[in-house]
Design a protein around this ligand. Structure first.
Ligand code: COA
Length: 331
């Protein structure tokens, strides 16, 4: 790693056009715009059409990033795709389907399952692969169609989630001064697996012949438990990132947190004494898009022209697994 850097050279995103407001949901279930906004900060979510799968959004976000980079899909050596809502269970990976959709025939491709921390894990995985092999470019994607695994009768979860995808292109350069992905910290606590789970359909509990598929295939969550975990996960991760990089909070340009609930971010900002303005929040528009939320936010902030070369960015993710972690990035 000594004489190289792993830079983010482009970003992209894909947001399904159908926008569903809190009032739209309140017309279907017992909830209200006031409750959802005051408890989560969410105003809208985008929902993919029935014909759209994870790989469709992922490929669109990837093309968007390739266009910004001005590079050819054939120049991509690695595709790492984070998702909890793969096109298919187990095999083939959604990354392989994306590889074909975007004609990145020279890339090997694989999925990462790390809940809403998926993109943070995927960035580090791709950077590791670039740093040890004869590889130059990686496409890292977070993509979700959570609406497909949402129980629309459960007001405790259905108001929280949305669909979307974000992507970045990583490039290995021999110029160490180029900045890029400086360090990543990753954590897992499998003892919390039950608190955020899609229980049915896997090898632990497959559907049997004749059985009717029901909502047990959907996301189940212990909201209070996940809330407490999430506040601690953000707080611990940000403290650890600052310590690992030997930075003070004043050195940091922007923190891009996983967009699960604005209250979680607010609680962490209070606990750490970090002004809330340091955190980039777009949850009002997109709700929780799991592993897509950080790359969507990164693309938004990038295209808004809010980042300049040399800026210090911290990402922080947390979610199912339980998993959490963050990246230190020099833009
Ligand atoms: N609309 C209206 N009322 C709702 C509601 C909704 N969408 N969802 C729950 N309620 C009700 C509950 O039924 C309960 O009513 P009761 O007091 O009559 O029983 C009341 O609101 C409080 O419920 P509670 O679950 O204690 O609310 P909360 O303040 O903990 O907020 C979450 C619920 C889900 C918003 C919160 O726990 C949370 O954000 N958890 C973390 C979720 C998360 O981030 N998950 C993804 C991690 S990656």
């Amino acid at each position: 790693m000594k004489n190289m850097a792993i830079e983010i050279i482009a970003t992209g995103r894909a947001i399904p056009p159908k926008r569903v407001s809190n009032d739209d949901l309140a017309a279907q279930i017992d909830t209200s715009d006031e409750w959802i906004r005051s408890h989560t900060g969410i105003g809208y979510r985008h929902i993919a059409d029935e014909s759209v799968a994870c790989s469709d959004l992922a490929a669109e976000a990837a093309k968007n990033a390739l266009e910004m980079a001005g590079c050819c899909p054939l120049s991509i050596d690695v595709i790492v795709l984070a998702t909890a809502t793969a096109d298919y269970y187990g095999t083939p990976s959604t990354a392989c389907i994306v590889q074909d959709k975007i004609s990145a025939r020279n890339a090997f491709a694989m999925d990462i399952t790390a809940g809403c921390t998926g993109f943070v894990y995927a960035l580090e995985t791709a950077a590791g692969l670039l740093s040890v092999g004869p590889r130059k470019r990686a496409l890292v994607i977070g993509a979700e169609v959570l609406s497909r695994v949402t129980n629309w009768d459960d007001r405790g979860t259905c108001v929280l989630f949305g669909d979307g995808a974000g992507a970045v292109i990583l490039e290995r350069t021999e110029d160490k001064a180029a900045g890029g992905l400086l360090q990543t910290l990753l954590y897992a606590d499998g003892s919390g697996a039950e608190s955020l789970i899609m229980r049915r359909g896997g090898s632990r509990s497959p559907y049997k012949k004749g059985e009717t598929i029901d909502t047990s295939i959907c996301i189940e969550m212990n909201g209070q438990e996940v809330y407490n975990f999430a506040v601690k996960a953000i707080t611990d991760t940000l403290e650890a990132l600052l310590k690992a990089g030997n930075f003070s909070i004043d050195d940091v340009t922007r923190i891009i947190p996983h967009q699960a609930n604005a209250r979680i971010v607010l609680a962490a900002s209070k606990r750490l004494g970090i002004p809330i303005e340091k955190f980039y929040l777009n949850i009002e528009q997109f709700a929780n898009t799991s592993s897509a939320s950080i790359p969507i936010a990164l693309d938004e902030i990038n295209r808004l022209g809010q980042l300049k070369k040399g800026d210090l960015i911290l990402t922080v993710g947390f979610g199912g697994g339980l998993t959490y972690g963050g990246n230190i990035i020099i833009w």
